[in-house]
Design a binder for this molecule. Sequence first.
Ligand SMILES: Cc1cc2nc3c(=O)[nH]c(=O)nc-3n(C[C@H](O)[C@H](O)[C@H](O)COP(=O)(O)OP(=O)(O)OC[C@H]3O[C@@H](n4cnc5c(N)ncnc54)[C@H](O)[C@@H]3O)c2cc1C
Length: 392
Amino acid sequence: MKHNADVIVIGLGIIGSGAALELSRRGLKVVALDAFPPKHTNGASHGQSRIIRKAYFEAPDYVPLLHRTYQMWRQLEQESERDLMTLNGALFVGAVNSELVAGSLKSARMHGLEHELMNAEQLTKRFPAWRLTSDMVAVYEPGAGTLYADACWTAQLMLAQKMGAHLRFGAPVISWSATDSAVSVRTKETEYVADKLVVCPGPWAPELLGGLDVGFRIQRRVNAFFKPAHPEKVSIDKFPSYCIETDGKFYYGLPAIGEQGLKVGRHDAGESCTAATVNRVVDDNEIGELKAFVEHFLPGQFDVCLDATTCLYTLTPDEHFVIDVHPEHGNVFVAAGFSGHGFKFGPVVGEILADLVAAGCTGHSIDCFAINRSAVRSSTAKRCADYKSFIE
Ligand SMILES: Cc1cc2nc3c(=O)[nH]c(=O)nc-3n(C[C@H](O)[C@H](O)[C@H](O)COP(=O)(O)OP(=O)(O)OC[C@H]3O[C@@H](n4cnc5c(N)ncnc54)[C@H](O)[C@@H]3O)c2cc1C
């Protein structure tokens, strides 16, 4: 059968659009399919902002990838002539032995990242909107900050198209299959055939990668946006992005950008669902919980809730990504399970996928993201495990 392309990409979220762009840069003929229109709100990549940071509490192994992804976002800024990233800093707040604080410090120290450790009083002196309890500390990473998510996604899609990728929106994939010599992808109207396939399904991972023994779990998350009482105190030039671990709960947020208000969300909890069945309506109790958090740690700074949205996490059991060759098909590549922290990696994951497709290997260290990582006896996987036991 005649091949339509060298590579088919399924999914054009921040990960698939990064892959389509980097594959096209290598001169490969790419057809990329998405079920929905550009920048839809049904998956995980929509919205105005995401945190970018290098003092990575999840594991220091991510830091080399973060160095590269920062470079790539700056390159995309130049190529797209859009502002994509502001380094307004980030705060990682909690008890000194919390996973968030200990993990951020460990990554920062191991990789020589610029950071400061502050107690509650020092933090309020430096960033007057904050009030912590005396048992809390904050790691401040000045080189962290904010990605303008909507602009980032637009830039990757636009540049992929400019590089020659054929982007097909409103094209839900019904099924895919692979033989040794070809892959085939079916939509309602068309069958596409190519040499290789890249699957970037976001929260549709259980449907598109059902055969993989990963244990993906899909969960709903809520973001609320609060109107600042004193906008000058919480604008992006004065207010760092933040993550806070308190009383066994994990919150995060970003400064007020434009008219949108302060962003707040809960990272560690949300209803289980599927991408098809998720409840998109946010109720008053959910907003109330986020408002109580804001009133406690940023008293008098925020007023009414301007907006509330939902988004989906695709969690793996250890909350590390899956980036790998499909175990049954050497010509199929998988990038999934970004576990609520994948946006910032869009460009570098695109580069890794392009390396795997074009060369069969990558210079980036990705053993940690192997599908069958418990069986991967590599030093990288061991470092992840050692690191987890260190912070526990
Ligand atoms: C509330 C929230 C806050 C977050 N905050 C941060 C943060 O601060 N920093 C950070 O780095 N990360 C953050 N993340 C995580 C990050 O946004 C995600 O990891 C990332 O967007 C995942 O991108 P994706 O491309 O894998 O998924 P998606 O964006 O969901 O893309 C998957 C695409 O595949 C398409 N697709 C699926 N099935 C089919 C099919 N059958 N046919 C055709 N197309 C299909 C979908 O339509 C979709 O467009 C956050 C996530 C959420 C939900």
